[in-house]
Structure formats: C-alpha cells, structure tokens
Design a binder for this molecule. Structure first.
Ligand code: PEP
Ligand code: MG
Length: 825
C-alpha cells in the first residue's frame, strides 16, 4: 500500500496499525477500486463486510494523495437500522442510540440521497422523537423507507463518495490546488468506536505543539458523548485535555487513557517523522485512535517544528531546511492579518511589499506626517508615489496606489522600508481632487476612514482587521544558520540608507549588492539639493551644488562602510529618472524657486524644458553621467574620500562602483577613465593608497548582447532585471499595473514578469550575457540586483547560470538565504 495508490490517510493508518496503536479494524480501497465504483462496478460487499463483525457500525473517510486536495466528507454510523437501534438501546440507552441513528439518517439523506439539507439539518429534537422526525422526513422526500440492509447502505455511501470526487466542481477545486487531472481517491472503511453511551465516552483531537508558535503544548478538544470532529465544531462545549483551572479535563476523567494518548501522539511524531494531530475516541473508558493528520501550522510554527524534529534527531538538518517553504518567512518577518479573521475585501491590487497594517486613509504626504505627529496610524493613498511622498511613506503604516507595478517607485521603496504596500489597485476609482476612493461594489471611502492594507496578498480590507505580530525567534536563527552552512550562492541586500544597511546586517546579508545613490536624497532637506543639481544649467551653478553634495555623499558612504564592517558595498552612480525627481506641481516649483532664488516663471519654464516624453528611456543613468561628467566625478570623489576615511579605522575598504543603464562599451570606457583619474587625484591628495572595483549594470538588451566587449573593461556585471524586463518586453514599469491582471488572467503572461523573472525571454538575455561576459573574462563576477533577486525561482535560475550572488531588499534576505540553501542540499 502506498500514498500513490491508496492515499495519505490509508497509508498513515497502516503505519499506526503496525505501531500497534489501538486503531479500529480498517479496510482501505485503492484509487483504482474507487474509480471502478464511480463507474458503477462495486466491490463484493459480502467479502468487504466479512472483515467487520456482523453488528459493527462503520464509517467511510476519504484518502487522497494530498490532504488539501479536499474530498467528500466522512460518513459515520453506517449499519444503523431499526434492529441495530433496538440492540444499541439496550446497550447504551435509548437516547444515545437514537442520537447515533439520527445522525446517520441525516448524513445519508444529505450526502448520499442528496436531499435538501434544510429538511434535515434543523429538525432536531433529541432522542426518539428526533429520530422519528428524520425518518419521516426521509420517507416524505424519497417516497421510500430508509434502507435497512447494511450492505446496501455501505454500497450507496461508497458510490456517492466516489462520484463526488469525480464531479466537475471537486475536480476544478483540487486542480487549483495543484492536483493532477487524474488525481485518485482512496476510501477508508473503518469500524466505529462509538464515543457515545455508558461510561466515559466521547471523541476529540490532540496535538503536542501549538499550531501558531510551534512551541510544545498539549492542544486539542474532547467532547463527551460525541463522534468524529464534533469536538472542534462545538468548541465551547468541549473539555480541556490536560488539567486546567478553568474546568474539567480529560486527564482528570480518564488519566490512563490520557497518558496513553500523549505517549502515542509522541510515537507518531517519532515514527512518522512529523508533528501529528491524533483523532481519538473514548468508548466506555477505552481509547481508540482513529486517525493521524499532519498538524496545521503557521510559518512560525513550521520553522520551529522542522528545527525541533532535526534537533531531536528525527529528521536530518537538510530535510528540516527543505520542509520550510521560503516564502513563509515573509509571514514571520512582518505583521500579518490573522489567518482566522473574516476579511471584508474592498479591492485587490498587486501585493508589492509584504505585511499588513491598518490606519486612517490620508491622501497627501503632509497629512500622513500630521497623523504621525498625533500618533495616529494612517495609510497613504496616492495615484502613484514620487520622491516627494517619501516623508509621507515614512509617516504612514502602509501605502496604497492606483497605478504602478512590482518595480514602481512605491513598490521598491515600500519593500526597502519593510512597509506593507499594495500598488496598481486600479479596481478602485480614485477621485484625487475629491479625496475619495470608490470600491468596485460602490462603497465610498474618504480621508479618515479606516482600511487595512494586506501587502502579502494584495487585498485592501474595510476597517481594522485583527493582526498577528511578526515573530523572529531562535528557531529561525538556527534554521538560517544551517541554511548558510550549505548554501553555495551569495546573498547581498539592496540598501540605500544606514537604516537599510543595518537591517541588511541584521538579516545577515553578505554585503550590499546595490546602493541606489539617488535614493539617499529622498529626505525632505536633501531632495531640493538633488533637484538643484538636475536643474543647474550653467557650469558655475552646477559646481556650487556639487560642492554641497560632496560632503553629504562622503558622510553617507563613511557610514555605510562602517555599518557593513568590511563586507562589500556596491555603490551605483546616480540614476535619477527625471519624472521621479523634478517637482510636478506648483508647490514644488515654488519651493525650488525659493531655493534657487529665481522667479517662479523661470523655474516652471526650465522644468518644462527638461521634461521628457518617456523619462524611463531618457536622460537617465550613465547618459546623465556622460553628458554632465562632473556629477559622477563628485560621486567618485565622495566614495574614495570615504574609503580613505573608513580604512583609517579598520580593515581596508574596497568599494565597488557600478555604472547604471549602460548600452555601449564606450560609455564604460569614458566613465572608467574619469573615475580612474579621480582615484589618482584622491590618492595624491591624501597620500593613501586604495583599490576599487568598477562594474556595469546590465539593464538594456544591448548591454546583455554586447557583454563580450564590455566585460574586459569591468570587474563585474550586475543584472538590473527591473529595467531589463521593462526594455525586453517594451513594457513600462510604472504603467504595467493597469493591464497586468488582465494579461495574467488571459494567460498572455504566466505571471507578472516584474514579479517572477521571465526565464524564457529576459532569462535568455541573462544567459547570453553571462556566457559572453565570462568567455571574454573568466573571473567576471556575476550577480542580479533587480527585485527578482529575492524570489526562489530566480535564485535557482541564477545559481544554474553560475552567478556569484543575488541581491534583494533587506527584508527578503532570509527568504533568499533559505531558498538558496534548498537548491544546494
Ligand atoms: C533594475 O533596473 O533592475 C535596478 C536594480 O535598478 P532600478 O530599479 O533602480 O532601476
Ligand atoms: Mg534600473
């Protein structure tokens, strides 16, 4: 018997029997047998019933390959009929016997005869009157008497369960959960342990760990005079398992059975190599084990259970690593909506940054700051965000935007800050001027209304949903330590500020793989300086701004080097897309006019002159660096002066400098010549020697194709897959949100390519560039620093392509470390 022929439940029961647990007699029907039943070929009922005593009551339960593929509900008490009722009344009393018979008639009517549940579910008066009512209702509805032959009853139950599995709805449901089209169903026929009648009788479930935390704790329910999983359905009436000051417990009622139950559940854990929940029945004081199922668990519990199983020597460490789905770490590192909570979903957008938070809606960054000042939680709602909103993002507990995709401004910044964020929520109608949002069902939301943003699944909920807190703990640290021992691809973080860098270190990133230097100027007092730099159109103006920028940048870099303590820090030269950095409204123009001491009209004119039709493909990155070389000169100087300064205190720092948006070899040559010259000048002025490594970001298809001629001029290539995806598809990062869900729903794209690396297209460019680059320069270091760097699938791709490391937002570093380890075990 195997899981693949009889299903998980049958296999588990077979093992429990071999462990000599008190499992009632059981017969398992294979997938093939059940499939035959569905097509009308019944097994020989007489020989099936021979396994059980003539007077035994039976139950039938489903046994599929994976428990979460679903399956028909269990049917209990098969074999109840008028004769049995009379006998059972003598044994356990009329009321209990009537209750057993009634339950069976109800289940049979609803699940086998498929009668209207309303006619059966609510009839109940207890005892013989209730029984008479359901039997009468059955006869009314079917115009037949209730079947009395146990063989007929069992055959009908088997047939209805087999057919239910083959029905279209059930098939679609399980296929959505990953089941193959031909997934089979096994059925388990088991003798009933009654759980009702004289002496201590009842049923329940027990597990030895807490499903939420994974900590050892006896958890479960026991309900006297009950069957199946009633103890779970009627929680309030159930008793505690272990001694509890709040009320009576199973332990006090039947101490020996309770001790056996604990011991047996522990044995299941050891032998089945998994934390199990036991389903049990007590019949007149005697314990029966009906089933064992894998304990349901949160991400936090999954980690602790896997680590504890390995520490107890039950599974090897490698297996513990494989048992934790990397993405569940996201759950642990952020607050989440309580999975058990009811969700009032207003609309769904793109899940851009995980975690959840609730607060009052605000429509401007200034309002967000005002709320934060009053200590009130707020959610910043914007069409899209720009650097002007950064202050508001810092002040808000979550961000919601109408536009944008996985790599839009709000998404990238939100992830960097660990701020829950939903973008591209275009199902809402945004009325920016009226400061109102309208949900698809017509509900209107205004400033001050409370919503919950769930950045883990993209949902926006009405009101404040109940949350569970982030829970980083010792078990996670242990697991991550094991991951780092086996992993063979590096994991760095994208970090722009000292705060990011500290987070990166806390999550044990092996350095910074991308420091977006223009992001260092998002703070209110600095944004204007950055704008002045972009804005300056005469050499003296520019020189004056750069002189102010130099000390700021130098101080930034010194701090980053200090925090990273000798780990590599890869600094990207400025890449400010103009639409993100130029002021877009009158207030912004006025602020800039004041800063520059110019008439407003001059500023407005110049902003218009600088405007681009397609700023993502305009004067960005190295194009700005070549056109206005003093800018990169200033940055190179700041990096080298910081290098000298930081190296005085400790280990020599070897900075990495990266050129963005390259598309031609000559761009690299030009920048390299100037950076080398600045390095020479700083060496001269300070009298200190240092080295540095110059690298190129591959973000345009042309750079990927021409990697062979670029490689000799560069120590490393880092793939900026955000822009590379944008340019390979010709798909705007900022506008893709509008139609992405339609595209994915209609199967044009299997998934959002800004979220999941397009291995076929963008991936081919990566492979071409890696091969051509390494052919030209075998020691070329290869890495990825686009948002894909943190996703398990992309990490697998990069590792297979021989990359040295991946770099991702600091909060995704643990996920990346675990995903990388799973590839190596
Ligand atoms: C990229 O394009 O992948 C990248 C890392 O740079 P940015 O997101 O800053 O454009
Ligand atoms: Mg880029």
């Amino acid at each position: 018997m195997s899981v693949a022929t009889h299903g998980g439940r049958a296999k588990c029961l077979q093992r429990l029997v071999r462990m000599e647990m008190p499992v009632p007699r059981t017969v398992a029907l294979s997938f093939d047998a059940v499939h035959r039943v569905a097509s009308g070929v019944m097994p020989d009922m007489t020989s099936l019933l021979v396994h059980f005593g003539a007077t035994a009551l039976l139950c039938v339960r489903p046994s599929s390959e994976e428990p979460d593929w679903g399956g028909p509900g269990a049917v209990l008490n098969i074999g109840m009929n008028d004769t049995h009722y009379a006998d059972l009344s003598d044994q356990i009393g009329r009321a209990a016997a009537a209750s057993v018979y009634t339950r069976f008639v109800q289940a049979y009517a609803i699940h086998v005869a498929r009668l209207d549940p309303d006619a059966f579910e609510h009839v109940i008066e207890d005892g013989p009157e209730g029984l008479a009512q359901v039997l009468h209702a059955y006869e009314e509805e079917t115009e037949e008497t209730f079947p009395q032959d146990p063989a007929v009853q069992l055959a009908e139950v088997l047939r209805s369960m087999a057919r239910a599995w083959e029905g279209t709805t059930a098939r679609l449901l399980r296929q959505a959960k990953g089941a193959p089209a031909d997934a089979g169903l096994g059925l388990v026929v088991q003798e009933m342990a009654l759980g009702m009648g004289h002496g201590e009788s009842g049923s329940g479930v027990i597990q030895l760990v807490d499903s939420r935390t994974g900590q050892p704790r006896i958890i479960g329910r026991y309900l006297r005079q009950s069957q199946g999983r009633e103890a779970l359905d009627r929680r309030e009436e159930a008793l505690f398992l272990a001694r509890d000051p709040r009320g009576p417990s199973l332990e006090e009622l039947v101490p020996e059975a309770f001790a056996d139950l604990k011991r047996m559940t522990g044995q299941m854990r050891a032998k089945l190599r998994e934390e199990m929940q036991a389903e049990f029945t007590i019949e007149n004081g005697v314990l029966h084990i009906l089933d064992g199922v894998r304990v349901a668990r949160s991400g936090q519990a999954a980690v602790r259970i896997a680590v504890q199983l390995a520490e107890d020597g039950i599974i090897p460490r490698d297996e513990a690593l494989l048992r934790v789905e990397p993405r569940v770490l996201n759950e642990m590192l952020h607050r989440q909506v309580d999975p058990g909570a009811k969700r009032d979903v207003l609309a769904t957008g793109i899940a851009a940054s995980p975690g959840a938070a609730a607060g009052k809606i605000v429509f401007t960054a200034a309002d967000a700051q005002a709320h934060a000042a009053r200590g009130e939680a707020c959610v910043l709602v914007r069409r899209e965000t720009s650097p002007e909103d950064i202050r508001g993002m810092h002040a808000a507990v979550a961000v919601l935007t109408e536009r944008g995709g996985m790599t839009s401004h709000a998404a990238v910044i939100g992830r960097g800050m660990g701020l829950p964020c939903v973008v591209g929520a275009s199902d809402f109608r945004f009325h920016a001027r009226r400061q109102m949002l309208v949900a698809p069902d017509g509900r209107e939301l205004r400033a001050g209304d409370v919503i919950t943003v769930d950045g883990t699944n993209g949902q926006v909920l009405a009101g404040e949903a109940p949350m569970i807190e982030a829970a980083e703990d010792d078990a996670l640290n242990t697991l991550m330590g094991w991951a780092d021992e086996v992993r063979d691809i590096g994991v760095r973080a994208n970090a722009d500020t000292p705060g990011d860098a500290q987070t990166a270190r806390n999550f044990k990133a092996q350095g910074i793989g991308l420091c977006r230097t223009e992001h260092m100027f998002f703070d209110a007092d600095r944004l204007t300086v950055m704008r002045e730099m972009i804005f300056a159109d005469t050499s003296p103006d520019r020189a004056a701004v750069l002189e102010r920028l130099l000390p700021m940048q130098r101080a930034d870099f010194i701090e980053l080097f200090r925090i990273m303590q000798g780990q590599p820090v890869c600094i990207r030269l400025f890449d400010p897309p103009l639409h993100e950095f130029l002021p877009s409204d009158r207030a912004g123009h006025r602020e800039l006019a004041e800063a520059l001491d110019l008439p407003l009209s001059d500023v407005t004119r110049r902003v218009e002159a600088l405007g681009e039709y397609n700023p993502m493909l305009g004067m960005r990155g190295v194009r700005l660096g070549i056109t206005v070389p003093e800018i990169y000169d200033m940055q190179a100087r700041a990096i080298f002066e910081a290098t000298v300064e930081a190296s005085r205190e400790g280990e020599p720092v070897v900075p990495e400098i990266m050129i963005p948006l390259v598309s031609a070899r000559r761009e690299v040559e030009l920048v390299k010549t100037r950076v080398d010259a600045v390095a020479a000048a700083v060496r001269n002025e300070t009298g200190r020697d240092f080295t540095y490594r110059l690298g190129v970001m591959v973000e345009t298809p042309r750079a990927a194709l021409r990697a062979g001629e670029i490689a000799p001029h560069t120590a490393f290539l880092s793939f900026g897959t955000n822009d590379l995806t944008q340019m390979t598809y010709g798909l705007s990062r900022d506008d893709a949100g509008r139609f992405m869900s339609t595209y994915v729903q209609q199967g044009v794209f299997p998934e959002d390519p800004f979220h999941t690396l397009d291995q076929d297209g963008v991936g081919e460019l990566l492979t071409i560039a890696a091969t051509r680059g390494r052919d030209a320069r075998p020691d070329l270091v290869l890495s990825i620093c686009g948002e894909h760097g943190g996703s398990p699938e992309s990490i697998a791709f990069c590792r297979a392509a021989g990359f040295d490391y991946v770099s991702c937002s600091p909060f995704r570093v643990p996920v990346a470390r675990l995903a990388a380890a799973q590839l190596a075990v």
